[in-house]
Design a binder for this molecule. Sequence first.
Ligand code: ADP
Ligand SMILES: O=C(O)[C@@H](O)C(=O)COP(=O)(O)O
Length: 429
Amino acid sequence: MTLAAKISLGCIADDYTGASDLANTLTRAGLRTVQTIGVPADDLALPEVDAVVVSLKSRSIEAGLAVSRSRAAEAWLRGRGAGHVLFKICSTFDSTDAGNIGPVMDALRADSGEGAVLVTPAFPETGRTVYQGNLFVGAVPLNESPLKDHPLNPMHDSNLVRVLARQSRTQIGLVDLATVARGVDAVRARLAELVTKGIGAAIIDAVFDRDLETIGLVAAGHRLSVGASGIGLGLARALVSTGKVKPARASSETGTAVGGPAACLAGSCSQATLQQVANAERVMPVLHLDPDRIITGGGEAQRALEWARPRLAEGPVLIASSAMPDQVAALQARHGRDAAGHAIEQAMADIAENLVKSGVRRLVVAGGETSGAVVDRLEIPGFLVGAEIAAGVPVLRAVGAQAGEMLLALKSGNFGGAEFFADALGLMR
Ligand SMILES: Nc1ncnc2c1ncn2[C@@H]1O[C@H](COP(=O)(O)OP(=O)(O)O)[C@@H](O)[C@H]1O
Ligand SMILES: O=C(O)[C@@H](O)C(=O)COP(=O)(O)O
């Protein structure tokens, strides 16, 4: 890969939608940023950038594998000069007690020789705030939010000190909002106090962007941090305000038009996506997949393609597997959680691959795991960040894709407004 100058910030994202969310945030804060899929091959031509976000599909895999892939990404980023590495996790802390945030954090902490790692999923722009170590999604604690029904990692505890302690080998401390409000020196003093107690990581409260700016200034003096786009915002602003990065103006354009047919795929079952799919019915043809037929090998992907192909010339189409929590639970009871999730992801990848073979060059995908399966199948090695569709969701221009010029939007399940699919296609020309 041709990266002429050394990078200022290295990031490892545990899924592809999360990576594009972070790449979007860093870009808007003035950092020239590229998103790669996995550790990039040496011959991938990328422009000169301040930050690289290496996207992994490691959120729901076995912890040992998540650790080894994250360590490989970290080694690559450090080799390109990154003094600070941010491990980007979900703003709703998506994980199970068996992994993966704690094990990856522990391994990266050991590799980077970090004393106490700052951890916060706060991202106020999307309603994620942390107070006394408790994560709120909008007005409700995490365990009362729609995340309690997530198909792969339902979240039942809003206290992140407890959640992370169950996953990590180190003790977990708290830097509370009152300390953050007192500023950079107070946070540094609190961290030093935690280190003397043998505490290796701390959840840090943040409610407003100004809290993240304080956190970013402290974190920028460390080698490692863990969090969502909010801490990315803090780090980016710190790099700019301390003169380490000369800010670039984020474009509101996505560059030359790609044209050709457009399609949307939804594998997310989040409340936000369910509403967006329902609203899309008013503006484009929508096909609801039969998940049982997908899992039992009933030719559902083929049926979807036969439905979509004749419609593509008329305008965009949407193909969705999204279902309500009770339907998801019933399907999982019949087939098993992982088997169901995997089969549906692979069916989405089959559909995406064949839609692209049929000429689709503009593709919107809803769902993190779903996006991972689709992007892997399309063998897209990286993305440049274009216009912002909604908070946390940019238009992406594929770099080095086999299919040539392509625009994608990878929507985190919970993000986007009620008309997200129409909003996205409106910016993807
Ligand atoms: N109808 C369904 N029933 C059960 N699981 C489903 C259904 N539709 C999709 N899934 C699976 O649910 C998971 C959704 O995860 P993901 O794509 O990451 O969405 P989100 O961004 O909302 O977390 C995927 O593994 C997907 O294959
Ligand atoms: O931080 C966030 O909320 C997102 O960037 C993200 O990671 C969401 O994950 P998915 O909902 O699984 O796409």
